[in-house]
Unconditional design. Sequence first.
Lengths: 184, 184, 184, 184, 184, 184
Amino acid sequence: MYATSLGADGALLRPLEPWRAEELLANVDRGREHIGEHIGFADAVTDLASSRALLHAYAERVAADTGRIDGIWLDGTLVGGVLVRTMDVPRGVAEVGCWLEPSAVGKGLVTRAARLMIDWLVAERGIHRVEWCVASENTSSIAVARRLGMTKDGVLRESYPHRGVRKDVEVWSVLAPEWLAAKP
Amino acid sequence: MYATSLGADGALLRPLEPWRAEELLANVDRGREHIGEHIGFADAVTDLASSRALLHAYAERVAADTGRIDGIWLDGTLVGGVLVRTMDVPRGVAEVGCWLEPSAVGKGLVTRAARLMIDWLVAERGIHRVEWCVASENTSSIAVARRLGMTKDGVLRESYPHRGVRKDVEVWSVLAPEWLAAKP
Amino acid sequence: MYATSLGADGALLRPLEPWRAEELLANVDRGREHIGEHIGFADAVTDLASSRALLHAYAERVAADTGRIDGIWLDGTLVGGVLVRTMDVPRGVAEVGCWLEPSAVGKGLVTRAARLMIDWLVAERGIHRVEWCVASENTSSIAVARRLGMTKDGVLRESYPHRGVRKDVEVWSVLAPEWLAAKP
Amino acid sequence: MYATSLGADGALLRPLEPWRAEELLANVDRGREHIGEHIGFADAVTDLASSRALLHAYAERVAADTGRIDGIWLDGTLVGGVLVRTMDVPRGVAEVGCWLEPSAVGKGLVTRAARLMIDWLVAERGIHRVEWCVASENTSSIAVARRLGMTKDGVLRESYPHRGVRKDVEVWSVLAPEWLAAKP
Amino acid sequence: MYATSLGADGALLRPLEPWRAEELLANVDRGREHIGEHIGFADAVTDLASSRALLHAYAERVAADTGRIDGIWLDGTLVGGVLVRTMDVPRGVAEVGCWLEPSAVGKGLVTRAARLMIDWLVAERGIHRVEWCVASENTSSIAVARRLGMTKDGVLRESYPHRGVRKDVEVWSVLAPEWLAAKP
Amino acid sequence: MYATSLGADGALLRPLEPWRAEELLANVDRGREHIGEHIGFADAVTDLASSRALLHAYAERVAADTGRIDGIWLDGTLVGGVLVRTMDVPRGVAEVGCWLEPSAVGKGLVTRAARLMIDWLVAERGIHRVEWCVASENTSSIAVARRLGMTKDGVLRESYPHRGVRKDVEVWSVLAPEWLAAKP
């Protein structure tokens, strides 16, 4: 029922509600290797039940006002998305993340979607600090953080194991005044 | 983050998520007498806590895939909405309802919003039968059912008490093939 | 501990509590084809676990005061029953249903049991409107509704799928004043 | 809907379901001092909410098959009852208790009701050991245990505080073979 | 992080928290036949999942302040333990139990651990009556009750089935004044 | 039942279980201004109910194996404590925190207690990365992080509001190999 344009190429952002579990599974299946290179998202969506469980968990966060998940559609296909993994409204802090299948890489889709999400967090929800946590080796995700005007706050050393190796995690953030000042 | 145009007058349909509880309360407060004339909705939203509880309950239905609620905005103000009170996807049946504050009456807003909702139910969710239940005396709501091309299936006699009197309830419905055939 | 006589043939009505799950399963197993011809009840009781789950769900409705289930015994065997599928005491509405295995058909057992159930709903619980929802093709169940003095309120067109075909559902009802006036 | 005769005086035993909370409160209110002399039951039923909560808790035990509560009616008034406080079917053990308002004392009502309850536990539910726990000073309740053919298994010294003094609790029991052998 | 000495042989008592499920399973596996001779504890711990479930259930009792479980370590190996199966602080009653694998029998470990547990119940938690329930045939456990200065309150006849035979259960107890008077 | 020595001054570390809610409230009441200068802990413990709720929440984390809380006693009085606010065993990360009333400041109690906690996390639970999050202005807590041999990973800018001002939060950490190498 809802879609927000992401630009001239016809890409759309839509709420990713539980009934879309089949689309999400197909999206992750197509990009499993690429999506799973740096993040655990792909490992959490392995069949229809786990896909539905993940979307149900995010719908519960909408109900509790602690998170959300939205999908990016290109030419009618779900190719990735952005999500608010955690949101603490009284504290004014939220963490944003993303995923994308390889065929959709290189078009700036995640940056555009993340801009909409941060706009919503800052302007409509009063969030003061938006975080972006990313493995140090995930250069394309770090490039998104830079394009979003974020600052690197630090590096959480050896913060989680991924496929047998502990990864450093960079914490990037943008504060509401910074975000608003950078708007054209 | 999302809004769907309802027409040339700039009216918008948006998801009515729990964080909008203050807007819903203000909307119901402005239209309490009119909204409560035939339906119990107004009595369920009397303060911020009950407004939040109602929106939380609908967010839980989104998570369970059994209902939803969307608001109508006119000139930046929430003036009413449409909702899927119940939805049984395996059975293919859903019941749609609405509310509107008096200042927004007479513009066809509910009919326009209900059309979008039924489109979504039929085309995206595979619902076969969409119901519209309405007190026999609620002539304006019955007029909406007619405009939506619905058929009266029957009258549930003395079906609920409202302000001291038991009301007859008319059940109107449209089936998916009827809905699709009537599209221009 | 409890049994109410249904008449001179020694038939009895008893609460159908969770510990009777084996009896219910045997009853449904004997009548699976007949019971399942028009209603989904048979499909919900396929083994001991599902039988127990159904009776547990009804016991929870007794606890919440929103429903109940009672069995009909003939010659010491559970042959069917009546149930209050939904009951909304503040609103004054309840829906009654039934099932019966074929060997017990034709003796008026369901009509007798339903009379006791409606007496309880109207006289002891203050229910104003008792509904009986039945597939249009289920002539024997419609005959029960007539014998109970009910009125047909309407036909919910193509209301649920059963074995591949969508069924029309007739809504019959009797109001408390009608019920009391018809008592001998 | 159900009632079992307790004898020629017209006393009846009925399931004490949650919707009877007002009757239970009235019963306890009339007998508060007497009922509360030795047991905590009266202190648990002090207003409509607590009465409903107690009956709801017992309805949940019916659903879980771990207990039940039944009321004694005399001349149309609820005057007391018997209950299965705990029931462990796999282990074959249950504890039975009772309460009675003073106007109904001396008629053997509790003994008659407890007999029906123990019959149900032993004959229908396969319970092997039925317990009756009673304060050593509660001579009338101990007399019931004797009339039921129970044996005193021991005295749990200073087992619970009641109105400032710790009470000894006698444990009486009857085993299934004893119960069946004593039947006329 | 915590350990209390049980004496000169280096035996230790430690909280048995859920993360120790593997140690508990190994302990029960080594002593399965002996531990299971009189009590059901061994039958409740048959694999890692059931071991974790048992420890989780006791951790929930700590949270609810209704019980606890502590392990006995000898030479670095978990060999048994003591537990507060039930604890009703407002009522002032608790039941203590134990288990031990055969290699650790005969050293007085359970008696020493139970002394610490009863000290805690009486001195720190204000428990008035500490119970010890034991099968009549379990002579070694009855010897512990005697060594703890307990009194036999009675015998619950044929109280539970164990491997095909119903067992008598002796109830032993010590009251707080008795316990404190017996301290050296 | 359990206590671990923190050194020659007789200070003790003990599990802070829910039944100690009164002691915790007294501790926080004595140090409310000092404890609340930089952290929200003091604001979460304002009466007996909130004190019990906080300890109950931590006991649930023990049950779920996701955290714990332990108190520091000096001369028989609870003066502060250390806690594992979050613990993700599969991921190998935990966050440790502390609080202390002013009379106990300057004795190194928190450093000593945190050492025991980190030893447990690293040696017994296999945690790889232990975090210490602290407001940039909280110099005494930062001094503890230094004494524990931790490294500053970064500064989360304006990370939470405290008494009207958004505070920067420093993230300090020590990795398991670092911790083990630094042991004498």
